[in-house]
Design a protein around this ligand. Structure first.
Ligand code: TXA
Ligand code: MG
Length: 347
């Protein structure tokens, strides 16, 4: 069933959705980062349906979503001082913390790890569904495994409809990139396993120290042992091959884009900055203006949808203009490097 809550949450329908969750069904709903596919986190059977719907490898654990901090004690051990500071500062919000789990969380959620990822979303619809279901909700991003996350229902409806019991449409998600995932190491230093809207700078300001896991901006072998299993899988990828162009100088940037347009005889789509459109002489469908250069928030919000839109033209190559690895730009580049399978021109 499809429910349109773009304007407001419908309380009668909310009851229906929460009943589905309590009865072990899976539901697509918005959060402020990206859409999620949610199930009762305490019901191993229900969680199993998420893995099937997404085609997700079973060794990649899920994030458990709570409505408020008061519920933390039911599923995780007491946070230490640094963890508590992070919780106080960034929850609710686009932030996920890995904590020691209690046995109540089924193994399927954590892929057998002794930790569990916790997030308290800030989105009204997400909070309503979690609160009134009365159970913690396990939810990965709503997309078939390997594809870009869904930031609006139109983008993911075809690939997921029929695999879930309900779809709640809350319009475009606000942020557009998945939450920042952090684990505090044995030395009490927060380690960023996946960057997001909560930036390394934000965490450093709060705790005084931050480490960015080595695998955030580099390629990971599928056989490698990593802190966060999600790091090693193909991710955020459209059907077409992608190339990332990231030059300090605009002239170089345009030069390389033109070079690849020529190499692929025009059978490309460029995802680029508004200002560069007129320099490239492409037909409208072959240039997707993502934002004005420097508008990183808008870039983050639009990138997944742009990747899906580019695929519709069926190009040989999607050429993407990258951004500076600053603020949320760090998260954008982390995703795009995977999208492009590390095929990047940097100058
Ligand atoms: O913004 C978000 O985080 C969205 C919304 C729906 O909340 N969710 C999301 O979930 O992006 P997912 O499943 O696509 O990504 C979860 C990431 C994966 O990379 C996974 O490997 C990692 O979190 N993760 C989950 N549990 C973990 C754990 N116990 N230790 C380390 N990494 C973990
Ligand atoms: Mg995901």
């Amino acid at each position: 069933m499809y429910y349109n809550w773009k304007e407001a949450t419908n309380t009668e329908e909310l009851k229906v959705i929460c009943n589905l969750i309590r009865n072990g069904e899976i539901v697509i709903f918005p959060t402020e980062t990206v859409y999620g596919i949610g199930a009762n986190a305490l019901d191993a059977n229900a969680v199993g349906k998420i893995f099937i719907a997404k085609g997700r490898p079973s060794d990649n654990p899920l994030i458990v979503h709570l409505a408020d901090k008061g519920k933390l004690g039911e599923i995780v051990e007491e946070p230490n001082e640094v963890e508590q500071k992070l919780i106080d500062a960034f929850m609710p919000g686009p932030f996920t913390l890995i904590l020691k789990r209690k046995p109540i969380i089924p193994d399927i959620v954590t892929a057998g790890l002794d930790t569990v990822a916790i997030r308290i979303p800030n989105n009204v619809i997400a909070r309503g569904i979690i609160t009134y279901s009365g159970v913690p909700i396990a939810a990965p991003s709503a997309n078939v495994s390997g594809k870009p996350s869904g930031t609006n229902i139109e983008d993911i409806r075809k690939e997921l409809e029929g695999k879930v019991s309900a779809i709640v449409d809350g319009g475009e998600t606000e942020i557009g990139l998945e939450s920042t995932v952090v684990k505090v190491n044995e030395q009490g230093i927060p380690v960023i396993l996946r960057p997001g809207k909560v930036t390394p700078e934000d965490i450093e300001r709060l705790i005084g120290k931050v480490i960015i896991d080595n695998n955030v901006l580099q390629k990971v072998d599928e056989k490698e042992v990593v802190e966060s299993p999600g790091m090693k899988y193909k991710h955020y990828s459209p059907e077409a091959k992608c190339k990332l162009i990231c030059c300090q100088d605009d002239l170089d940037e345009i030069f390389y884009i033109k070079k690849y347009i020529k190499e692929y005889q025009g059978n490309v789509v460029v995802i680029g900055f508004e200002e560069h459109k007129e320099k490239l002489f492409l037909e409208d469908e072959r240039f997707i203006a993502i934002c004005n250069k420097g508008d990183l928030e808008k870039y983050a919000k639009n990138i997944y949808s742009a990747l899906r839109q580019a695929d519709k033209v069926n190009p040989k190559m999607i050429i993407i203009e990258g951004v500076k690895k600053q603020g949320i730009g760090y998260a954008i580049m982390n995703r795009l490097l995977r999208t492009c399978e590390y095929d990047i021109i940097e100058k």
